[in-house]
Ligand binder design. Structure first.
Ligand code: ATP
Ligand code: MG
Length: 610
């Protein structure tokens, strides 16, 4: 740090965010206060020390990055990381880079790259700032990585090891035993350089030798016992084609990517904690050599998200997709961002979830109900209300014509006179207005709202009992008829005159039960998809079990339901509270006007296992 820290740098007061503090916020606030990174320059794009030195003072106070490997769709764990990294950048006057970590020449799919970009944008974040797009791909740095490797060799910090994989493993030692030096460890830099260039030029077999950092074979941290940094691998890379037959190891590539991009705070999950000494060792060497700018980035670790009943591994989620255990990456039961979105999750809900779980330094499990709670709490204040009957049985009001009179149009005799009812779109927002629907001689009610012989404490329909049809009239149940299988096919009741909601004296008749309904006359048929957790076990892999065995066979139930006419023309992605049932979203893939499909997003309260 060669330039003085500004006397009143961007301290806590400038960055009052009203967000609960956490250890990462404290680190960033301290660095801003002390001006740790105040001297940094930015060359306008990633690059080496000279490139940045020729640039301007970095307009970004901090630089963070979100570095996914484009080998699958992002999941809820990534959402936590996105909200964390982009959120910190936003809150502290910084920027967050979206970096595709594609140094591994595995098959990469444009589909994954696009889905990752969509996910970040949809969550409400952007990699564009100060007129620049900070969208990068790590494979663009292969040339520099190669140069860094040659530098390490020339400075005596790396050597080509021709031991077999097995010998390397044995000679590494273990926690109780120091390692043994490789017989190739004492080669001269010139010999190593020649060998490394042969590796690059394709003169050696895959796996026949590796480049290793020369650090300390007796280090108590096994990651410092001369880790491999380059390997031979004949594979076509999606970006660089067949230019390379050697590829950097992740632990070598990642710190370099951060350094070239002038990242200040490199936040990763806890499993990389033991790699931090190597991260620092490598960047210290490259700073000494003047290859990357100083001060170099620092790595900080936080606990990854573990969520009960959920798998957070792209690879395992891919298995569910490819084995057709779900309908695709965007199956509403999937914890992918596209799945959650289709399920009815909103960016606000996921941001609230990320805020509620916070960041910590020790691993733990977050209960799935925390995720559902965040959705419920964000939808409740905004979701329009509607009535829906999910498992319909017909209710006939046998005295309708006597009470209401006969319809003038004789073709309407079966329906009877229609009586208009209304209900608020949202109970706390009268300004949103009302929804309207009609009641006639026949209505659909929930099958479970009728019991021929009621259990104790049942207040809904049974012969002799009175209930209110919500926003409608009080009725008294008189009986039911059954089909050949003994199933209730129709329920009968009589209408009690002068009890319609909102009319004078309507509450003169007291009832204990209120049931939801939709009129047979104006009901809209709809497919309703009810979802449960994808796994029956909170820890789908506990006890070394194959998670496939823990799949919940009842995770999807498809119903032929009826919804009120206000839902006849809703658009995909619109969300509602179906009164008494929960929050539902018009499916973004299959829903169409005239063929409505609603997904259960979340129930009204946490009822799992109760
Ligand atoms: P996966 O096993 O699902 O592929 P990964 O960690 O290998 O996960 P990457 O694409 O390499 O996935 O991750 C990109 C970023 O997302 C990393 O910085 C990683 O720390 C973060 N991340 C991944 N999974 C989680 C999680 N469960 N909780 C928090 N952050 C996560
Ligand atoms: Mg990975």
């Amino acid at each position: 740090m060669n330039s003085p820290a500004s006397p009143k740098p961007a301290g806590a007061a400038d960055h009052e965010t009203h967000k609960p503090s956490n250890f990462l916020r404290q680190i960033i606030e301290k660095d801003l206060h002390e001006g740790t990174y105040a001297s940094r320059r930015w060359g306008g794009s990633p690059g080496d020390a000279a490139h940045h030195a020729a640039g301007q003072a970095d307009p970004a106070k901090v630089r963070l990055r979100f570095p996914p490997e484009p080998n699958g769709y992002l999941h809820i764990g990534h959402a936590k990381s996105i909200c964390l990294n982009f959120g910190l950048a936003r809150d502290y006057g910084g920027v967050c880079h979206l970096r595709f970590d594609d140094t591994n020449p595995e098959k990469e799919d444009a589909e994954y790259v696009n889905s990752i970009k969509d996910a970040v944008k949809w969550l409400g974040f952007d990699w564009e700032a100060n007129g620049e797009s900070m969208l990068y791909q790590a494979s663009d740095y292969f040339d520099f990585m190669y140069r860094a490797a040659e530098y390490l060799i020339e400075a005596g910090h790396a050597y080509v090891d021709e031991q077999t994989v097995e010998q390397i493993r044995i000679n590494r030692g273990d926690f109780s035993k120091p390692g043994t030096d490789s017989p190739f460890r004492s080669r001269t830099p010139a010999e190593n350089l020649a060998r490394f260039r042969e590796m690059r030029d394709g003169q050696h077999e895959d796996g026949s030798m590796v480049l290793r950092a020369r650090i300390d074979m007796a280090s108590p941290n096994i990651n410092l016992r001369d880790p491999a940094i380059y390997r031979i691998r004949r594979a076509t890379h999606h970006n660089t084609g067949d230019k390379w037959c050697i590829y950097p190891m992740y632990t070598f590539a990642h710190p370099i990517e951060d350094a070239l991009e002038q990242i200040t705070h490199s936040i990763c999950t806890l499993e990389f904690e033991d790699q931090r000494p190597f991260y620092d060792w490598l960047l210290d060497r490259l700073c000494e050599g003047g290859l990357v700018a100083t001060p170099h980035p620092h790595q900080y670790e936080f606990a990854r998200l573990n969520l009960t009943y959920v798998l957070t591994s792209k690879r395992k989620l891919a298995q569910l997709v490819y084995d057709h255990k779900v309908t695709g990456w965007d199956d509403p039961r999937m914890p992918t961002i596209v799945g959650l979105r289709r399920r009815g999750y909103t960016p606000e809900a996921l941001q609230l979830f990320a805020e509620r779980i916070g960041v910590t330094k020790s691993d733990s499990w977050i209960d799935y109900s925390t995720l559902e709670g965040a959705l419920r709490d964000t939808l409740d204040p905004i979701a329009p209300r509607a009535m829906a009957v999910l498992d319909p049985v017909k209710l006939v009001l046998t005295n309708w014509d006597e009470v209401m009179g006969k319809p003038e149009d004789s073709s309407q005799a079966a329906v009877g006179v229609l009586d208009e009812c209304s209900a608020p779109i949202h109970p706390h927002h009268p300004e949103l207005g009302k929804r309207h629907f009609k009641i006639g001689k026949e209505v659909w009610i929930e099958r479970t709202d009728f019991e021929e012989t009621p259990p104790k404490g049942f207040f809904r329909l049974f012969p002799g009992n009175k209930v209110r049809l919500k926003y409608g009239h009080v009725i008294e149940c008189t009986g039911c008829s059954k089909d050949a299988n003994g199933q209730v096919a129709e329920v009968q009741a009589t209408l009690i005159a002068d009890t319609k909601s909102g009319t004078p004296g309507s509450d003169a008749v007291k009832v204990k039960g209120v049931i939801t309904w939709v009129g047979v006359n104006d009901a809209v048929p709809a497919e309703v998809r009810l979802y449960e957790r994808l796994f029956v076990e909170a820890h789908p892999e506990a006890g070394g079990k194959d998670f496939i065995e823990n799949l919940n066979p009842n995770s999807l139930k498809v119903l032929k339901a009826f919804v009120e006419p206000s839902l006849a023309a809703v658009k995909a992605d619109e969300k509602f509270q179906f009164e008494r049932h929960g929050y539902f979203v018009a499916d973004r893939v299959d829903h169409a006007v005239g063929k409505p499909v609603f997904n259960l997003a979340v129930g009204l309260k946490d009822s799992w296992g109760k």
